[in-house]
Design a protein. Structure first.
Length: 453
């Protein structure tokens, strides 16, 4: 059953108990019969026992949820740390990819510039080749010395006949030098282009790797964000559950306080009624004794008085051991009082004595009375609550828990001392076969030992 379902059921029970108390308070404000007061007292005491068990469950659930919340808070902190690391990794991947993209852009620009220079070099080289080729062709056609005018000038010249030849040679040499330079530049440009192309391809490969790293970092951040969001949702859910349980505990404590107050009020009414009835019975006995005693016999009167006094005394005598012990007191394996709960591992009141009953052992009523409630809850498992009425001015009830199956008696049924009510087991919050026996005095858990013989 979910926490919401349990909470809803408890709120329903508390609301019903509150309404019942309101009706009781209204009804008892006016004249009330003895039976009606007794019945209302039994119902209130039954509600007290139920609320006490609910409060035990709520407190245990609150401890459990708080423990879970502490664990979840640690998980949230770890998830935040992991998300922060993933975010830093993504930032670094983004920066690296940006750097790779910049380097790739520069490499592409350098490669483009070098290609443009190569094209310019190729055009100049072609032009120089054409010029040198023209000079060589003209020289060849003119007999190796150039044109006719050039030849005549050389033959008729009184000066240096080599000057004209020097001009042609210079032109040839210059164009040849330009051609050589252009050829060298082309070779260097081609080599540079190869290097730039290789660099561009290398940077492109690194850019792809950087893109892959960025994609992986984005996925890692998304995963970390999802994980963080999930634990935060769990944290919020547990905080809400803790708040609801704390609120529920406050309601149950308030309800228990109201129920105990009402129980005490009803107990006071019943106590006054019992005292009045006892006084009336005493007066009736004294009157009957006086009428039955002959006037002239003082000893008889004294004896009657003594007998009357004895009878009156017996009606108000204080007694303990009014319930039959479920087993030898020395055999109790876990007694009444604060202890470390073996299931919840928290210190809390153990409201009764545990007797070492093997599973399936018959369990008998410790005294006569009326079955107030039977059922099951997470703490006591299958249980029975019996109201024994007023004993020594105290409204007494006994509680039996951890039955292996449902009780063989039902609510409203009258039981006698020693009557079979069920079979021991280990249901509910139990670590092994035994029978838990508790005693309620005026709606409060008390040590059973003084009440059992």
């Amino acid at each position: 059953m979910s926490f919401r379902d349990r909470t809803g059921r408890r709120r329903g029970r508390l609301l019903a108990a509150g309404c019942a108390l309101a009706v009781m308070c209204t009804a008892i404000a006016g004249p009330a019969t003895a039976d009606s007061v007794d019945n209302k007292k039994k119902k209130v005491d039954g509600s007290i026992a139920s609320t006490q068990r609910n409060l035990d469950d709520t407190s245990a659930a609150l401890v459990r949820v708080n423990k879970q919340l502490v664990s979840t808070n640690k998980k949230v902190a770890a998830a935040q740390k992991k998300l922060k690391s993933a975010d830093a990794t993504l930032t670094a991947a983004n920066n690296h990819l940006s750097d790779m993209n910049s380097q790739l852009a520069i490499a592409k620009a350098d490669e483009t510039k070098n290609k443009t220079a190569l094209r310019t070099n190729k055009v100049a080289e072609a032009k120089s080749k054409k010029m040198v080729g023209g000079i060589a062709r003209q020289s060849y056609m003119s007999g190796g010395l150039g044109n006719l005018q050039l030849t005549l000038n050389i033959l008729t010249s009184n000066g240096d006949v080599t000057s004209e030849l020097s001009v042609a040679d210079m032109v040839m040499r210059q164009q040849s030098g330009v051609l050589t330079k252009l050829s060298s530049e082309r070779a260097a440009g081609t080599a540079a282009n190869d290097r730039l192309g290789a660099a561009r391809r290398r940077i492109a490969t690194l850019t792809i790797k950087a893109q892959n790293a960025q994609t992986a970092a984005k996925k890692a951040k998304t995963k970390a964000t999802t994980a963080r969001d999930n634990v935060v949702k769990l944290q919020q859910k547990q905080r809400k559950a803790k708040k609801a349980l704390a609120h529920q505990k406050t309601i149950e404590l308030a309800s228990l306080k109201t129920q105990k107050k009402e129980s005490a009020r009803l107990a006071a009414i019943i106590r006054k009624r019992n005292i009045a009835a006892a006084k009336a019975a005493k007066r009736a006995r004294e009157t009957a004794t006086r009428k039955a005693t002959p006037p002239p016999a003082p000893p008889s009167t004294g004896s009657g008085s003594s007998s009357g006094g004895s009878s009156g005394g017996s009606s108000t005598a204080t007694s303990r051991g009014v319930l039959v012990a479920p087993g030898a007191i020395g055999s109790i394996v876990s007694g009444f009082g604060e202890r470390l709960n073996p299931v919840l591992h928290v210190w809390m009141l153990h409201a009764g004595d545990d007797f070492p009953y093997p599973c399936g052992t018959p369990v008998h009523a410790a005294g006569s009375g009326t079955v107030v409630q039977t059922g099951w809850d997470s703490a006591g498992g299958n249980f029975v609550l019996i109201d024994h009425g007023y004993r020594d001015g105290v409204n007494l009830a006994s509680y039996y828990a951890h039955f292996e199956r449902s009780a063989v008696v039902h609510a409203g049924q009258h039981v006698s001392t020693g009557q079979l009510i069920g079979y021991s087991g280990t249901t509910g919050r139990s670590t092994g076969c035994h029978m838990h026996f508790g005693v309620l005095a005026n709606g409060r858990w008390v040590n059973p030992i003084p009440w059992i013989s």
